[in-house]
Design a binder for this molecule. Structure first.
Ligand code: KG4
Ligand code: ZN
Length: 338
């Protein structure tokens, strides 16, 4: 069974084809719009949508030609249905549905964060359920328990900014490029001291929720206090910010892992590419907890995570040969599926 995955939820036009039963990757390609949005210091949704329109079909065609693949091999198309930017999502969904209609194959709607979460299951040594997952991206920060049946329980989440968003906003305050996460990480590596000792919001609260907007404001005040922002200031602010943000995440994830007594921790989403976060989690976790990260190129948005999530959905539903008759079924329940 071959599935084409399409990802257009933000500023990456990405595709991949995965084949079962061995989960073989037949092709994979990504066009990043970073240069387009860098001019504005963040993603401009309208420009992102227009760029997906011009890139997506040629990307698919080129990749199929390059890898000598025929459209006839496809059994389904998986597409990120959300969450994300509405315009960019609409482009991906419209094109996915058009191709599927022409080929007479089904479309599988994929939850973008679920696709990030499931990515480490593609590894040679996947985590075993139940596990805890830390999802850290530009729009979300979630600590999720995944139970044996693959059901999700949100144990904690950010009450305001997502972790990636906090990295991006801090980078903007320091006049660094977009996306800010990798820029902050690069500078932080050059500093040895925690000069600013920024606050760690909610770190001592009993719950597993997080908050990053106060941290971002602390960075703003620190910048305002400085007469001019020297290169050294940027390096040290980056390091102090990253220390504070990662401290908050590590303490809550540690708490969640102990609470659930799990043996596997999965970390995914764009910020999972951050080496300091990876090392800090590895240092803090009890030695019996195995950590799972996607490889660096599959931490940030990509087509393979969507194709893979689509394949898992199909495989799971194929195993579920149950006949269900629901006497009670509110019309409103279908709102979530749309
Ligand atoms: O998952 P993703 O590609 O897109 C969303 O679903 O949002 O995540 C993008 C986010 C951005 O905020 C970006 O700055 C952050 O991930 N990011 C990083 C790093 N690489 C990407 N943050 C910190 N360190 C990194 N190395
Ligand atoms: Zn993402």
């Amino acid at each position: 069974m071959a599935i084409l995955g399409i990802e257009t939820s933000c500023d990456e036009t990405a595709i991949a084809v995965i084949d079962s039963p061995n989960k073989k990757v037949l092709c994979e390609a990504l066009f990043s719009q970073i240069d387009l949005h860098n001019l504005y210091g963040g993603v401009v949704p309208e420009l992102a949508a227009r760029d997906h329109i011009s890139r997506l079909v040629p990307l698919i065609k080129n990749e199929f030609e390059k890898n000598d693949l025929s459209f006839e091999i496809l059994d389904a198309i998986a597409v990120s249905k959300g969450p994300g930017l509405r315009g960019p999502l609409l482009v991906g969904n419209t094109i996915a549905n058009s191709i599927a209609y022409a080929l007479k194959i089904p479309v599988i709607n994929v939850h973008h964060m679920e696709a990030h979460l499931l990515m480490p299951l593609l590894d040679a040594n996947p985590p075993s359920m139940p596990f805890v997952s830390l999802l850290v991206s530009g729009g979300h920060t979630l600590i999720v328990k995944v139970d044996e049946g693959g059901r999700y329980t949100i144990m904690g989440e950010t009450k305001d900014d997502a972790l990636g968003e906090a990295f991006d906003k801090t980078a903007k305050l320091l006049n660094l490029g977009y996306p800010g996460g990798p820029e902050i990480e690069k500078l932080a590596k050059l500093s040895q001291i925690d000069r600013f000792r920024f606050p760690r919001p909610m770190i001592n609260s009993d719950c597993l929720n997080l908050s990053f907007s106060g941290l971002k404001t602390a960075v703003l005040y620190a910048v305002q206090k400085l007469d001019a922002l020297s290169d050294e200031d940027k390096i040290e602010i980056s390091n102090s910010f990253q220390n504070a943000a990662v401290d908050c995440i590590v303490s809550k994830v540690l708490k969640a892992s102990i609470q659930e007594n799990i043996s596997d921790l999965v970390v995914s989403g764009g910020v999972a590419a951050n080496e300091f976060l990876r090392c800090s989690l590895a240092d803090a976790m009890p030695s019996n907890v195995k950590l799972h990260f996607p490889d660096l190129k599959h931490c940030t948005d990509n087509g393979l995570m969507v194709a893979h999530a689509g394949l898992m959905k199909i495989e799971n539903s194929e195993k579920n040969y149950n006949i269900e008759a629901r006497a009670r079924w509110s019309l409103e329940e279908n709102n979530n599926a749309r």
